[in-house]
Structure formats: C-alpha cells, structure tokens
Design a protein around this ligand. Sequence first.
Ligand code: NIG
Ligand code: FE
Length: 407
Amino acid sequence: MADLLIKNIGVLASPKGQAPLKGADMSNITIAENCVIAAEKGIITYIGTEKDAPKSKEVLDAGGRLITPGLVDAHTHLVFGGWRQHEFELKLKGAAYLDILKAGGGILSTVEKTRAATEDELFNKAKDISLKMAKHGTTTIEAKSGYGLNLEDELKQLKVVKRLNNETDLDFVSTFMGAHAVPPEYKGRSEDYIDFICNEVMPIAAAEKLADFCDIFCETGVFDAILSEKLLLKARELGLKLKIHADEINPVGGSELAGRMKCHSAEHLIAATDEGIDLCAKGGVIAVLLPATSFYLDKPYARARYMMDKGIAVAVASDFNPGSSPNFNMQFPMNLACLKYKMTPKEALSAVTLNAAAAIGMADKIGSIEIRKKADIVIWDAPDLDYLFYRYGNNQALYTIKNGGIL
Ligand code: NIG
Ligand code: FE
C-alpha cells in the first residue's frame, strides 16, 4: 500500500543515476508519457502503468501535465538579516559591486544586520523564504554562512540552517563560508582574518557538525588564491568538502585552484580562463553556474557551453542573496540557462536536478525520479519540458511534493 499515487502524468522528464552528468550526457533525459508514480514513506516505489500500480491512501491527479524531479538549489546565501534596497540607486547610478563592498557596504552592510538579528529572527525569516521557494518548485536548498564573520554570528547562521533542516519538510545542506569578506575588525588584515577563521571558527563549526562544505570568496579585494588555498587545505583537513566562489568578477586564479585542489565544486566562473576551465575538467570539479547573478550585476554570462564541451558537469542555481541575486525563484535562472548559456531544456533540467544534487553531495538520494530515490517531485502547469523553459516570469509550479508529501 502506497502513501501517494500521482496519476495521469502527461510527461515525466528526469535524468537518471547517482552521478553528475558531464558535458554531452547532460541531455540524457528520460521522457516517459502517460505513467503513474507511487511513493511509500517518502521514497519512490513504483513508476509504470496505472493498471499495475499499488493501491494508495492518497491519489493526486496530474491532469496530463509535466512532472520533473524537485528543483535542487545548490547555491544560496539564504540566512541573512535585512535587505539592501538602500544600495539600489547607487547601483543604478553605476556603482560597481566590489566598490560598494570596498566602501563598507554590500556584504558588510548585510553583516551588520545579521549580527544584530537573533537566531530566532533569522530562522523565521529564512523559513518563510524557504517555504516560498518550495512553492516555486525547490525541494532541497544549500545555504551558506558568511554574514557573521565572527565566531558567534557564523555559528548562529549555521545553527539556523540546522534548525531549518530539522524543523521544516525541506532538505538543507550547510556550507561554512566564514571567508565571505574581511570584516571591519580585520580591515586591511585579510591574512590574520583567514588565520582566525582557520584556527578559531572552522574547527568548531566542523566539530559541532554544523557544515558539510566550506566555501570562500576568491576575488579581487577579498581573498586571493594563496589565502583561498590555505583555508581550503585546512577545511579539507577538518573533513569538510570544498567549494569556491571562483572568478565571479575577475580572473584571479580561483578556477585554476579549484581544478588543482579537485574541489567538489567551483561557483560562478564568469571570468574563468581557458586554463582554469581545463583544470576544472581534469579535476572533476562540478561547475555551479549562477546566471541570475550575471543578470543582476550586468556582467557577462559564464561560458557554459565551452565548459560542457570540455566534459564538465554543469549545475545551475539561484545564488539567492540580498546583494547580487535577490531572487529565489529557480525558474528564472532556468530560463537564463537556456536563453543565455544556450542550454537545451534537457540540459538545463539536468543542471537544476541531478547535477545540482551532485554539487551538494546528495545525488544518491535526490535529483531524479527513480525507484529508491526520495519522492521529491514537481507537477508543472505545463504540457511538456520545452513549454516549461520557454515561458517565463510567472510561477509555473502547480504542486511541489517533498518526501512524498504535498507542500
Ligand atoms: O555569490 N560573491 C559573494 N557572495 C555572493 C553575494 C553576496 C552578497 O552580495 O551579499 C555572490 O554573489
Ligand atoms: Fe554566492
């Protein structure tokens, strides 16, 4: 006896397997028509014809629509205090992202607001946003710290992610990003700050199992490749998996470092060099590309097709944060992946499901609609996959199902 049966599915579109799809394999999407799916205790147990399906307590009629795996948002800065609308006009007048940061605004203005907020305030805000993300089709969320930049407030952010994982129906993966910016107390002393993070913050975050990954902003005026390597080596020693914000704005050796260190993933890669991309391909690094950030910062788009041609597995995520990407609806970066990266809808689907799951170390559990994976499914108000990616601007998620339950 199943707990949930989804019947009258017009088109089921899903990648398959537990490994990221590299390059050309990203278009290996199974398309099945007129099938039903059953789930028991949150796990998919049956995909096939209606006549052979198990009986179920609850039946959901998909009305002949498209279903896909739940979207995996593999890169967000979800937990933060305040917003940054006060910097919007500055930005419109041409102030550059890194100049606003240099003047003590940007990330640092969010640090001020995040430090001032209580854990409960941050939790309630992030919970509210995540439930809205779910209404837009997202079922799993990676969330980074990096707006505390001291022991107490970094741990506070990570604890919020842990609580979100325990107290909501969604899955969260936590990334320690204490090296997101140099805080005012360490102005001009980025080396000392990295030592502080390595010796006094990261060991506690790791020991208390508050993070699965470590990330660093490797960028002009933030942390250079040498400091990034130092921090990532320490993170690896502490058992954290490695991510790096690499070449988001300027090519400062981040992608080369990611490739050489065989990081789990490299994020952004807008300005990555040919050499950096080659090294990422050789190192088996997953590229997490964030086209909504290119859009919002009015920057070039990462060379996704070039990376895929080199055999890299590409994931696409929202980069949701209050500065460079104040949007949590994954359908927008999905549109951009097609329109700007020139991905096909099949490739873009792999990028936001299986490859995104792989980017956060969860491809054995989520990212595809297959027996034994979690019943994380979206029923779209769309008749087929092309339609989902071709429309834009309105929420096309009709039902989001997480662990077999309708959200
Ligand atoms: O991925 N670049 C660093 N971190 C974020 C932006 C964070 C912020 O501006 O608050 C990003 O773009
Ligand atoms: Fe980011």
